[in-house]
Each structure stands twice: as C-alpha cells, then as structure tokens.
Design a protein around this ligand. Structure first.
Ligand SMILES: Cc1cc2nc3c(=O)[nH]c(=O)nc-3n(C[C@H](O)[C@H](O)[C@H](O)COP(=O)(O)OP(=O)(O)OC[C@H]3O[C@@H](n4cnc5c(N)ncnc54)[C@H](O)[C@@H]3O)c2cc1C
Length: 385
C-alpha cells in the first residue's frame, strides 16, 4: 500500500470510483480509493439499476441529462460494456393531482431537452402489453431513460481508473483522519497510514462517520435507511423493457433485466435509520402483491432473491456534493438516496472539475452541504427507482 497520495477517496462504490476515474482523466492520477469491503458492496450492487431524467427540479434534470449523455458513451469511454439500455421509464398516473404534477415536471424536463411526454393508458399498454391499466388515467414516458448493470459499471470504472494510475485498496477501512491547523495530514487505515492533503468522502451511508473522523464542524444530516430489492426467475425476454413506477401502489418500481430476463425492483417500504440490512418478510409480501397488481402475469413467477441495502438519506432527498470550507481540501459526495447510481457519471465529472479547475458548469450549488445548516431545504426529489 502507498504511504502517500495527493488524494484519498473514502468509499469504493460507483460514486467514489467515478470521482477517481474523472480526477485521473484530468491528469490528477495520484489517487487512492479506500474500500472497507469489496468494491460495490455498499449500496451500489444492491440498487435497482434505474437511470432516469424524469425529475421535478431543474438541477436534477440538468445533472441527469448530462449523466445520460455520459452513460450513452460509457462502453467506449471505459472499454467495458456496462449494459446501458435506453428502454425508457414509465410512471403510471392514477388521479388528476398526480397527472397535473407530472405534466408540470414534463414541461420542465422538455425545457432542458429531455423528450418526456404524457401518454394515454392505451399507449402505455402498447409499450408494456402485460400492464394492468385499471384506474390509470395517463402515464409519464421518456424513452431515453433506462438502466445499466451496476456490477459491470463498478468494474468498468475501477479498471479504467487503474489504467490511468489510480490505486484501489479493498478491505481497507479508513479509521481516522488527521487534521492540523485546518489542513488534512493523513488518513489512518486498518493497514497503516497514508499521508495526504486531500480527502473525498464518498462513503454514502457511512458519510457521517467520515465527517466525524475529520471533525467537520457543520451539521450534514445523512442517515442510513434500509430499502430492499427483489429479483424473480427469468421470464421470456422483452416483456417489461422500461422501468415501470407507480406511486399509487407504495412507490413500486420494476423492470426486466436485459441480459438475464429476471424482473427486479422494489417499493417504498423503509426502515431506519439503521445499519441493519437483513431482508424482511414484510417486504417480500408487500412487493409480491404490488408487482402482481401492476403486472398480473407476475403472479405466476417465482421470486429467487430479496436483499437489503441503503438509501443514504438527507432531509430533502438530495445528495450533498462540494467542498467543506473549514477543512482545506476536504470534499463530500454522499447522501444519494435512491438515485446515486444514475447520477454517478456526472457527479464524478462535476466534482473532478471543481477540484482541478476550481469551477464546474454543473449545478452543484443545489447540492450544497451547508443548505441544511441554513435551513434551506430543496424540493423533495422523486425517490423511487
Ligand atoms: C434497493 C435499492 C434500490 C436502488 N435503486 C436505485 C436505482 O434504481 N437507481 C439509482 O440511481 N440508485 C438506486 N439506489 C441508490 C444507489 O444504490 C446509491 O445511491 C448508490 O449506489 C450510491 O453509491 P455510492 O458510491 O455513493 O455508495 P456505496 O455504493 O454505498 O459506496 C460507499 C462505500 O463506502 C465504503 N465505506 C464506508 N465507510 C468506509 C470506511 N471507513 N473506509 C473505507 N470504505 C468505507 C462502503 O463499504 C461502501 O462500499 C438504490 C438503492 C437501494 C438500496
């Protein structure tokens, strides 16, 4: 293990790896990534794979528009297929209030170049013939949203970062951060100490612990909540290509994996704050019922796996990304709730630009870690899938 590095990133999930890769791409390759388990074992490998630009606020729409542009070219850029598929996102809408709010979102999305639109229940059924549209009065549809394979994306980012000179240490836990006179001196790990002047906290559900280690004086509320995922046995390919979401049914979301044919998804049941991720029978019952409500044919399909993972939640459901002013060269990119996987490419790009160039054209102000202390909550981001 290196005893010195210009930058130490704590957290080997998709966010930490994307930041590492993007720093190296901007010629800042003296970077070490510390991961206390194996890469991706935090939330990233436990996610629902969804990638969407259908948000209800300007910042998340602009960030995701750029992220999707990067996802589109990621296979070529990183040299590995991450199975990004633009199979769309379909939000089922059941009453006038929901319809009006999604119409408003669509107008905003269109303003920033996202080709979403409101469609009829009949059109929704053309996209997913197995869909139960009882009670559905419309749907919000965007064909450029999609999904990708988190296992392959983590591998692709890690390998590309390593090729550019980044060193990645798995099973290496940050245990302490030495700060003197407002500047970082070293990160203490279970395998020894790394002298460094810059730390990036990409520990997501554990981010508050890392802030504590460094003595970050500002209150950045990020708490771990257990959310669960489910996967079924494979069904005939191409049955449920888009991500289908219904808030009416408890925030259920589901999609069929392009490569393996199983249906994966989850719903809004959450527990916490907790670091316990044991899957629950309550979830299995709840998700099975909701899947069958949306796609009745799924009644006859076996569940093969359920698992737990974290939404690292802030009070407004948006991440905290930026510099911590009181400690020179301490940055945070954490608290991604249910949408850190989709945002990872643009977050890596934006934070690397901020660090290397001192500025970025992405709307990082929206994710200002100081907003909570100022009592400035953002509008709650759309959470599911
Ligand atoms: C059920 C479920 C469904 C989801 N669905 C979606 C979805 O469809 N789309 C989407 O975009 N997002 C989804 N998410 C959210 C997404 O998984 C996360 O937002 C994203 O993975 C965050 O990435 P990350 O790198 O910040 O965090 P993580 O992947 O959790 O990485 C943080 C890493 O930090 C490491 N770490 C912590 N402390 C230390 C330490 N002291 N030293 C060293 N390493 C440390 C951890 O081990 C962990 O690997 C879902 C999440 C869940 C649980």
């Amino acid at each position: 293990m290196k005893s010195e590095a210009k930058t130490v990133i704590i957290g080997g999930g998709i966010i930490g790896l994307s930041i590492a890769y993007n720093l190296a791409k901007l010629s800042e390759s003296d970077v070490v990534v510390l991961e206390k388990g194996y890469l991706g074992n935090g939330s990233t490998f436990r996610c629902g794979t969804g990638i969407r630009q259908q948000f209800g606020d300007e910042a998340n729409i602009r960030m995701m528009k750029r992220s999707v542009e990067i996802w589109e070219g990621l296979k070529e850029e990183l040299g590995h297929d991450v199975e990004f598929t633009q199979s769309g996102y379909l939000f089922l809408l059941y009453d006038e209030e929901e319809l009006e709010s999604f119409k408003k979102n669509v107008r905003l999305q269109n303003k920033f170049g996202v080709p979403s639109r409101i469609i009829t229940p009949e059109e929704a059924r053309e996209i997913v013939p197995l869909l139960n549209t009882d009670g559905v009065i419309g749907a919000a549809w965007n064909h450029t949203d999609g999904k990708a394979n988190p296992f392959k994306a983590v591998f692709a980012y890690a390998e590309a970062a390593k090729r550019l000179g980044v060193e990645i240490y798995e099973y290496t836990e940050a245990k302490g951060i030495k700060v003197e006179n407002g500047g970082i001196k070293a990160v203490v790990t279970n395998r020894g100490e790394i002298k460094t002047g810059r730390v990036i906290n990409a520990a997501n559900a554990w981010a508050s612990k890392i802030n504590e280690m460094a003595g970050v004086p500002v209150d950045i509320p990020i708490h771990p909540y257990k959310h669960q995922g489910v996967k079924t046995e494979p069904i005939k390919p191409g049955q449920i290509e888009p991500m289908v979401v219904s808030f009416k049914h408890g925030g259920v979301y589901l999609t069929q994996e392009a490569n393996q044919g199983g249906v994966i998804g989850g719903y809004g049941l959450k527990y916490g704050p907790t670091y316990d991720i044991t899957p629950t029978y309550e979830f299995l019952r709840g998700v099975s019922y909701r899947f069958a409500r949306i796609i009745p044919a799924l009644k006859y399909v076996n569940v093969i796996r359920i698992w737990g993972g974290f939404y690292a939640e802030t009070p407004d459901g948006n991440a905290t990304i930026g510099r911590i002013n009181e400690i020179d060269e301490f940055y945070i990119a954490a608290g991604f709730s249910g949408h850190g996987f989709m945002l990872a490419p643009v977050v890596g790009e934006a934070l690397a630009e901020l660090i290397v160039d001192g500025k970025t054209n992405k709307p990082l102000d929206f994710y200002d870690p100081y907003r909570f202390e100022r009592g400035e909550l953002r509008g709650k981001a759309i959470q599911m899938g």
